[in-house]
Design a protein around this ligand. Structure first.
Ligand code: ZN
Length: 507
């Protein structure tokens, strides 16, 4: 019995595991079996690999071939094992030199014509290979730039299976194949971000946006159609600081697995922005699909902004799915062959009309909705979702104010200074922004300053604010203090925080 061995990588969520791919060739009736927990897409690999080997001008071994992917307990999915399976088989048949492929990681899908096709998740897969002490990787040419982003990786890029086989000593003619076009960068981070100076008026909403950026708070904007809610939300990422190295790698890995990453611009270093439509399905927000599950909008917004325009119009099942990431910062996808986890720690921005007809502004005289309709409209957002939204601001009718405001650069500078102040205070804690700090810690820090918390106590007594509501106000008050360069919130900060929490209607 002949044996060929090489390496591949199985991705479970963003975690990569180096997998040994072994091909046993036995002198028996020709057959080809794959074992070791392959999913349906991987099982189709058999047909692709056999066709690709033949199309490449290499002879398919007339033996009983068993390919084993181990450890078998690890779920393996997708088409990224094609190249490793082909190489292991060719090594078993001694078409290629078995000793030269054993320590090399092979990634890529094979076309029936023997071309090597790009796969999703190359960045986390190569990172896992390097971390496991297997820095030599062969990837499809279209994935080469992405693979080379991993420090320490020794990347060889190939266009065809024949090219790979020839490197390892196979006597085969290497076809002339056009390299993949390296177009100009289409990476979202590279596109010029919209500027806050383009939004006219709306001083309260702009304030809310700045506070949200400074403290990492979730934000609800309520206002009639056409008042700039969408324009403002799209400008929030521009106010946020660059991602640090760890976050940049993680965010890029999510987009690599999602297939929404173009490596020509390097790692993603700006916070992403995702704005699923209100007709979005739970799967498109959470993630899923066959093979290697695709991260949904909530994960693609990791360390950035998830914007739900017309939030009450989203299906209750979609809004429900956001509870898990809002609580844990990750999404767990349950699969037939195990679970996949994707990070999903985003800043949530919700936009809503004041009522179903959209005209309940000011005294609401033009509104044609029944009070029950209005209640039901916001009722969809209530509970666990709004409980986590620290800031709620109301937008004015666009006619009332048209002054241009400050630019993104000016506001972002204040945000950066406030974030630095907050980070200094939170150093040594598990939290990075005021929005993450739990209530007891906040209340302890305020000490026994009764004058400061008097307003909150009164609101508590009147029942207009819950204890969790008090914590939300305190979190925002700390952010206001950070923005103002004050060492601790003053009474005015608490007062403004109350206003920014109750859509300007007082406590
Ligand atoms: Zn109405």
């Amino acid at each position: 019995m002949a044996l060929g061995r090489t390496l591949g990588v199985a991705l479970v969520g963003l975690a990569g595991h180096v997998v040994e791919v072994e091909a046993h060739l036995a002198a028996s009736i020709p057959a080809f079996a794959l074992v070791g927990l392959p999913d349906a897409a991987l099982a189709e690999s058999r047909d692709r690999v056999r066709a690709a080997v033949s199309s490449s001008g290499l002879s398919w071994p007339q033996r009983r071939i068993t390919v084993n992917l181990s450890p078998a307990s690890l779920p393996k999915s997708g088409s990224g094992f094609d190249l490793a399976i082909a190489v292991a088989t060719l090594a078993g048949a001694e078409v290629v030199d078995p000793s030269r492929v054993e320590q090399v990681v092979h990634l890529g899908e094979l076309g029936l014509d023997g071309r090597l096709r790009p796969v999703r998740g190359v960045l986390p897969a190569v990172a896992a290979a390097v971390a496991a002490g297997r820095p030599r990787v062969v990837v499809p040419a279209a994935n080469a730039a992405e693979a080379r982003l991993v420090p320490g990786a020794e990347v060889a890029a190939a266009l065809t299976l024949a090219q790979v086989a020839a490197w390892y000593g196979a006597e085969v003619e290497v076809p002339d194949v056009e390299p993949p076009a390296q177009g100009p960068s289409a990476s979202p981070a590279e596109r010029s971000a919209p500027d806050l100076a383009d939004v006219l008026g709306q001083p309260e909403a702009r304030r809310g946006l700045e506070v949200a950026a400074a403290g990492g708070h979730h934000l609800l904007m309520v206002g009639p159609p056409g008042t700039g809610k969408t324009l403002l939300a799209a400008r929030l990422p521009g106010l946020l600081p660059d991602l640090d190295e760890t976050d940049a790698v993680e965010v890029t890995a999510v987009h690599s697995v999602a297939g929404t990453f173009d490596a020509t611009g390097g790692l993603l270093r700006r916070p992403p922005f995702e704005d699923p439509h209100h007709t979005a399905t739970p799967a498109s927000v959470v993630g899923g699909g066959s093979g290697l599950p695709r991260p949904g909008a909530a994960s693609r917004a990791h360390r950035g902004v998830l914007f739900l325009d017309e939030a009450p119009e989203f299906s209750p099942s979609v809004l429900e799915t956001l509870r898990q990431p809002l609580e844990n910062g990750e999404l767990v996808l349950h699969r037939a062959n195990g679970t996949a986890r994707y990070p999903a720690r985003f800043q949530l921005v919700l936009a809503a009309n004041p009522c179903p007809c959209g005209r309940a502004v000011g005294k609401g005289l033009d509104c044609t909705c029944r009070s029950e309709q209005r209640r039901r409209y916001f009722g969809k957002l209530s509970g666990p979702l709004l409980d986590r939204v620290d800031l709620q601001v109301e937008l004015e009718d666009a006619r009332s104010a048209a002054l241009p405001g400050e630019s993104t650069a000016v506001v972002a500078a204040r945000v950066a200074q406030a974030r630095a102040a907050g980070a200094e205070r939170l150093a040594g804690t598990p939290w990075r922004t005021n929005a993450e700090v739990p209530g007891p810690w906040l209340r302890e820090r305020l000490g026994a300053d009764r004058a400061l918390v008097g307003d909150l106590d009164r609101a508590l007594d009147r029942g207009t604010l819950s204890l969790r509501g008090v914590d939300r106000v305190l979190r925002v008050a700390w952010t206001l203090a950070d923005l103002g360069g004050r060492p601790a919130p003053r009474r005015a900060d608490v007062g403004l925080a109350l206003l920014l929490r109750t859509r300007g209607q007082g406590a």
